[in-house]
Write a protein that binds this ligand. Structure first.
Ligand code: FDA
Length: 310
């Protein structure tokens, strides 16, 4: 319950222009508070962060922050930026893996715009052997995102995967459908505030659903990504993999940049594959607020950083 209240509060604050402008004054400075979770505003900063992580045996996926784009030229510009990011990642010789959001590519404008833009990225990505993950946004977009994903899947694209959120009651069925399709799923708990009508209200229920769905994906899914920082779930997944003879190269763990770095390196030391999601870009405020909403203790960290600066 507390969890939902906190997500709701931060969801509300994320729409505050005043807070956004205050945050942009301090957040992205050299030692600004947002830098704990966001690699920087430029692709070069993201690549630097990626290179440092890859030195420690981790892989990465780069995410250009942005969402809720409503003007076609903005969606086009983001598409072009993704092509430039691919070029920069090739030059830097880092993992060929990207994450993106459909509302960044025009899903709020219309489906055709989003499909055209995502196909442009996938076509270019395919030429250079990149894998592209479509992030999952709030439940308003769940069906639209899955429909669009299936459309491009049936057009023959295979360098693309999807994200499913265990917090939603529908997800067990979506996991089953993606397994039948042979699609690659990243399983997350879900970062958005959702109504109890469609989502589990308690952390315990979300965690139980997560473990059940992770088990189905480990046994029958295609290269699932187990994306969580929850130590108990990580242990359950390791046990499930051992019990079902799922080799460590048939799945990967994924975590967010700046969160539980201790666990990230410990898993690598144990011989698991770990990919870190590196967000970057000028539109970092909503992403940053979601990270605060997940863990209100982060607010104290931010306040301390701002007071220190002032
Ligand atoms: P939980 O919230 O229970 O946290 C477990 C532990 O992790 C905490 O006790 C704490 O130690 C640490 N932790 C978690 N969040 C923290 C934070 N913000 N700051 C500091 N410590 C923290 N969501 C979504 O809706 N759509 C998406 O596409 C994605 N994509 C995505 C990619 C990747 C690679 C990851 C890891 C996560 C996502 N998410 C996401 C976010 C996800 O839904 C979820 O909100 C966060 O991962 C936090 O949940 P945990 O599973 O870590 O568990």
């Amino acid at each position: 319950m507390l969890d939902l209240l906190s997500k709701g509060l931060f969801h509300f604050l994320a729409s505050s222009e005043g807070l956004k402008s205050l945050a942009s004054t301090y957040g992205m400075r050299r030692a600004g508070f947002a830098r704990r979770f966001i690699a920087g505003e430029s692709v070069h900063e993201a690549i630097e962060a990626a290179q440092a992580l890859e030195k420690d045996g981790l892989s990465v996926t780069l995410d250009l922050l942005g969402e809720s784009v409503t003007k076609p030229p903005d969606a086009k510009r983001t598409t072009k930026e993704y092509l430039q990011i691919i070029d920069a990642m090739i030059d830097a010789e880092i993992s060929r893996n990207l994450s993106l959001k459909l509302t960044q590519l025009g899903l709020d404008i219309d489906r055709a715009t989003a499909i055209d833009n995502v196909r442009r990225i996938l076509d270019f990505a395919q030429r250079f052997d990149f894998f592209v993950r479509i992030d999952m946004e709030g439940s308003r977009y769940t069906q639209l995102t899955l429909d669009l994903f299936e459309t491009i899947w049936h057009l023959g694209y295979r360098n693309v995967g999807i994200v499913l959120q265990s917090a939603l009651r529908r997800t067990t069925e979506d996991v089953r459908r993606m397994i039948l399709l042979g699609a690659r799923v990243r399983l997350v708990k879900g970062a958005y505030k959702e109504s109890w009508r469609i989502a589990y209200a308690s952390k315990r229920d979300v965690d139980q659903a997560y473990v059940r769905q992770a088990e189905a994906l480990l046994i029958n899914g295609c290269c699932p990504a187990i994306a969580t920082h929850d130590p108990k779930i990580l242990e359950s997944v390791k046990t499930l993999a051992r019990a079902n003879d799922v080799a460590a190269d048939r799945f990967e763990f994924q975590m967010l940049y700046g969160i539980r770095r201790d666990l990230q390196t410990a898993l690598v030391a144990e011989g698991f594959r770990v990919r870190v999601y590196i967000p970057f870009g000028r539109e970092w405020f909503p992403y940053f607020m979601r990270r605060l909403g997940e863990r209100p203790a982060n607010v104290a960290f931010v306040l301390r950083s701002v007071l220190r600066e002032r």
